[in-house]
Design a protein around this ligand. Sequence first.
Ligand SMILES: *Cc1c(COP(=O)(O)O)cnc(C)c1O
Length: 404
Amino acid sequence: MFNINENYLKLPGSYLFSTIGKKVREFSEANPDNKIIRLGIGDVTLPLVPAVIEALHGAVDEMGKQSTFKGYAPDLGYEFLRKAIADHDFKTRGVSIALDEIFISDGAKSDSGNIQEIFDVNCKIAVCDPVYPVYVDSNVMAGRTGEYIAETGRWSNVIYMPCTKENHFAPELPKEQPDLIYLCFPNNPTGSTITKAELQKWVDYANKVGAVIIYDAAYEAYISEDNVPHTIYECEGAKTCAIEIRSFSKNAGFTGTRLGFTVIPKELKCGDVMLNSLWARRHGTKFNGAPYITQVAGTAVYTEEGRKQTKEQIAYYMNNARVIREGLLSAGYSVSGGVNAPYIWMATPDKMTSWEFFDHLLNKVNVVGTPGSGFGPSGEGYFRLTAFGTYENTLEAIERIKKL
Ligand SMILES: *Cc1c(COP(=O)(O)O)cnc(C)c1O
């Protein structure tokens, strides 16, 4: 007689986006003539760039010929992609990452969910609040948390690091000592970043207390300010305490194509055991990373045309972010983010809750955003707007909000 993993039953389920969907559906059924503008999407909207499409076509043709057909990909991923990553993402930042420290995968979501499997079930995790939900959910399923406490919106046995206006949406070092620390900068949902000097403090802390930082750099390509680190390995000592997770989703539009990677330096050890070899073992036997076709497409992102074309897309989104940010600021709203990230985090006006403001925007000006409380209790009273819409719609949405 089998038993289930009861930890799965602890998850209350993610009602955030289904509730948003339901409310928007009901509104548009009742008001079929109103034009709804969505600034709540956490997904890219521009098509794959020409350099990537060309590479995809080429790789598809190779798969159709006996002489160039490819079967299972190598465990860590194709060397041509890992070399492009090492050269362009790390060497250009003065960081030396060996090819066997890079593990190609089907995305940062899988990696950030799966990475906890190489750690003991008794490890205590620390997360930012508000936060991308995958870090906590995967640890809940693994049995690393206690129960969900509805009144506080938090799990027991998890260390929460509030990111609020007072600390400029950057977490402070926790008072209680964690074993695993999840950090994501530039951040989803707040759009905040931390400087290299601030990140160095986390690296020093992790090395001192023997914790591992799991650093999600999915929005690295959106960084515009010089003092914001592009990789945690720019910090001294990071190789002995940090794992970095990256994605092609937000920098090159691969949300539906699926490609990402994780870096685990060989210096990162628990006693004599390299975490790199733990992950390699798991990776090689359980997954095959990403398809050849996708890895060829990802490599095209690093070519001269690929870099130029993807940069233009990011510039397009960040121009939307500027429109949102400047528009809201001029209308007197309290706004952060949108400078190094495609997310704008605004305080709701007139002490409205996040959901009250959601309804207000939808009903009054037909604009959809994401209630901040959906990302954690410290997100209450905040609202997330995203820069992934079209320029015309973004402009119109902000003009409407200004007239509120
Ligand atoms: C979108 C996003 C990712 C990307 O995940 P993929 O699985 O690569 O699409 C990773 N982390 C955060 C915080 C994100 O918002």
